[in-house]
Design a protein. Structure first.
Length: 166
């Protein structure tokens, strides 16, 4: 690629760029389902700011530009829910998504004690499903879809692969 993309923890300064990037990246997803009410497109700037403050959020940077982002948090049952993975359209296909996932997984396992990682993706989102399966996720079920009604596929994998040995 001739350029170096770095992965790091998101800060308050990244919030607006994450917000804009998410809006850009999820347009294609919305088009796929003919549904522009999906969560990443209706999420407010303040809501993104709150997630950066409380959740495990990583960004991919190319120079000063945020070109990718992912979020994770511990759900009620102790599994880590990972979501809103996005990479700028012009930089897709270079492994940035996989690197973001790995960063979130390690942090969730090591800092927050996650035993399982869980992802939700739309049933037609083939490129997402390919990436998740390639990095070890398996389909465990489906959900009817949230407020937006898009049917979701639920994928999980055990955290053991990244856990540090005691």
């Amino acid at each position: 690629m001739g350029m170096s993309v770095t992965i790091s923890v998101a800060t308050e300064q990244d919030v607006e760029q994450i917000f804009r990037l998410q809006y850009l990246c999820f347009q294609s997803e919305a088009a796929l389902y003919g549904n522009y009410r999906i969560d990443p497109l209706v999420q407010t700037l303040d809501s993104v700011r709150a997630e950066v403050a409380s959740d495990c959020v990583y960004v991919a940077r190319l120079g000063d530009e945020v070109v990718g982002s992912v979020r994770g948090r511990i759900a009620e049952d102790g599994a880590a829910a990972i979501g809103k993975l996005c990479v700028h359209p012009r930089l897709q296909g270079h492994g940035i998504g996989a690197r973001l996932l790995r960063a979130a997984e390690s942090a969730l396992a090591e800092e927050r004690g996650a035993k399982t990682f869980r992802l939700f993706t739309g049933h037609r989102s083939e490129s997402n499903l390919r990436l998740y399966r390639r990095v070890g996720y398996e389909t465990v079920g489906t959900s009817k879809g949230g407020d937006d009604g898009v049917p979701m596929i639920i994928l999980e994998k055990p955290a053991g692969t990244y856990a540090t040995t005691a």
